[in-house]
Design a protein. Structure first.
Length: 386
C-alpha cells in the first residue's frame, strides 16, 4: 500500500493552509466530504478553499490514483462549504461595526481581540479567518457593565458566566439569523485566568494598538507583538481545559510570524521575558512552526531559552489540568481571593450549569453532582496518563 494512504488529514490541511501541497498530497481513499469535515473541525474551511482555488489551475500529477476529476471534486466541495463561512464572516463584520458605533457613543475605549480583529489586518481576506463571536477588551469591569447594558438595550441578552476570578468577562448574545446566535465577549482582562490576568494593563496594550479602518472608524486591535502573545496565552488556557490545538488558532501564529520583522522578534522576546511568559510563548510558536513548516530565528530561540526555568509556570505542563488549577490558585494574592476563587470554581450558578451541560430540566444539586463526577474522572484520567 502506498505511503500516501497514511498521510493524516490534518497534515494535508496544514500543508494546504500555507500553499505547500499538490493533488498527490490528498490522502488516498479520502472523500471530499471527509476533507471538508476535517477542515470544519479545525476551523479552516475558508482558508483551504482559498488555497485550493489558487491551485485549481495548472497543477499536474503523475500519480493516476489521484485524478484531476477527484481534485476538482475536492475544490467544488470546499467552494460550497466556504459560502457559509463567507456569510458568517459578513454577518460578524456587520455586527462588529454596529458594536463599535455603540462603543463610540458610550465613549468607552476598547480593543478588538482574537479572530474578529486578526481577520481584518493579518489575513488576506476577512472570511479566511473562521470566527463565531466578537471579543472586546475594555479598561475595567465597570466599563464592561456599562457597555453590556448598552448591548442589552440594543437587543442582546445578558448571559450568565463564571465568577469574576475565573472568567474575566461578560457575555451578551443575540440571534442574528436562522438559529445562529452571535456572542459578544466583553473582557476586562486579556486572559480568562488569574495566571495571566495581570500580564498587561489596558493602557500598555492601547499604546501599541493598531487602527482597524476596514472595520469601523475608531476601531482598534492589539498590535502585532501583543496579538502574538495573546494568542499564545489563549492557547495555554485551551490546553489546560483539555482543548486540543486547532489549526485555525495555530495559523493565527503562522500569519503573525510571517509578518514579523527582526524588530518584532526582538520585541517579542523582550516582552515575553519581562512578563515571565517566555515558556508559554516559545511552546506555542514551536508547535505552530512545526505544524506549518516554518523555521524560527535561531537567535530568538537562544534568547528565549534562558529565562524559562525561572518562570512561575512550566510550559511543558500546560495540558495538566490539576497543575494549571493549582498554579491559578497560587497566583491569587491574599487568602480572601483564594477562597473566593475556590468557591467560584466549585459552586457554579444553576443557570451556568444548565448552559454548560445543555440541560434545562435538571435540578441544581443533580448538575453539581454531575460536574463533580466529571472533575473526579478527569483527575483519575490524568493520574493514569502519568
Amino acid at each position: 500500500m502506498s505511503q500516501l494512504n497514511f498521510v493524516p488529514l490534518r497534515a494535508w490541511l496544514a500543508a494546504c493552509a500555507v500553499g505547500n501541497y499538490s493533488k498527490t498530497d490528498i490522502p488516498a481513499f479520502t472523500s471530499p466530504e471527509q476533507l471538508v469535515a476535517a477542515a470544519r473541525a479545525e476551523g479552516v474551511i475558508g482558508l483551504i478553499d482559498w488555497r485550493l482555488r489558487q491551485a485549481s489551475f495548472g497543477l499536474e500529477t503523475k500519480d493516476e490514483r489521484i485524478s484531476t476529476s477527484t481534485f476538482s471534486e475536492v475544490v467544488k466541495a470546499f467552494s460550497i462549504a466556504a459560502r457559509e463561512e463567507a456569510l458568517s464572516s459578513m454577518i460578524i463584520e456587520n455586527e462588529s461595526r454596529a458594536i463599535n458605533r455603540l462603543m463610540a457613543e458610550a465613549a468607552i475605549p476598547s480593543l478588538m481581540l482574537k479572530g474578529s480583529a486578526l481577520a481584518h489586518w493579518a489575513y488576506a481576506q476577512p472570511h479566511l479567518r473562521s470566527c463565531s463571536d466578537v471579543d472586546l477588551l475594555v479598561p475595567s469591569r465597570e466599563a464592561g457593565e456599562t457597555f453590556s447594558a448598552r448591548l442589552t438595550a440594543a437587543g442582546y441578552e445578558r448571559v450568565k458566566t463564571l465568577g469574576d476570578l475565573v472568567a474575566y468577562e461578560l457575555l451578551c448574545r443575540r440571534q442574528v439569523g436562522g438559529g445562529w446566535k452571535l456572542e459578544v465577549d466583553i473582557h476586562w482582562s486579556l486572559a480568562n485566568s488569574p495566571l495571566f490576568a495581570n500580564v498587561f494593563t489596558f493602557d500598555e496594550l492601547m499604546k501599541e494598538s493598531i487602527e482597524l479602518p476596514q472595520l469601523a472608524p475608531g476601531a482598534r486591535g492589539l498590535g502585532i507583538v501583543h496579538a502574538c502573545i495573546h494568542a499564545c496565552l489563549h492557547r495555554a488556557l485551551n490546553l489546560s481545559t483539555g482543548t486540543d490545538d486547532k489549526l485555525k488558532w495555530l495559523y493565527d501564529l503562522e500569519v503573525l510570524m510571517a509578518l514579523f520583522t527582526p524588530e518584532h522578534w526582538k520585541r517579542l522576546a523582550d516582552l515575553s521575558i519581562d512578563k515571565c511568559v517566555a515558556g508559554v510563548v516559545s511552546d506555542a510558536l514551536y508547535v505552530a512552526a512545526a505544524t506549518f513548516g516554518r523555521d524560527l530565528p535561531a537567535r530568538w530561540i537562544d534568547v528565549m531559552r534562558g529565562p524559562q526555568g525561572n518562570e512561575p509556570l512550566d510550559a511543558s505542563r500546560l495540558s495538566d489540568w490539576r497543575y494549571m488549577q493549582r498554579k491559578s490558585f497560587e497566583s491569587l494574592p491574599g487568602l480572601g481571593r483564594k477562597i473566593r476563587w475556590l468557591w467560584q470554581r466549585c459552586f457554579l450558578s444553576h443557570e451556568y450549569l444548565q448552559q454548560l451541560y445543555g440541560n434545562k430540566e435538571q435540578s441544581y444539586i443533580r448538575l453539581l453532582l454531575w460536574r463533580s463526577g466529571r472533575l473526579m474522572l478527569r483527575c483519575v484520567q490524568l493520574r493514569s496518563i502519568r
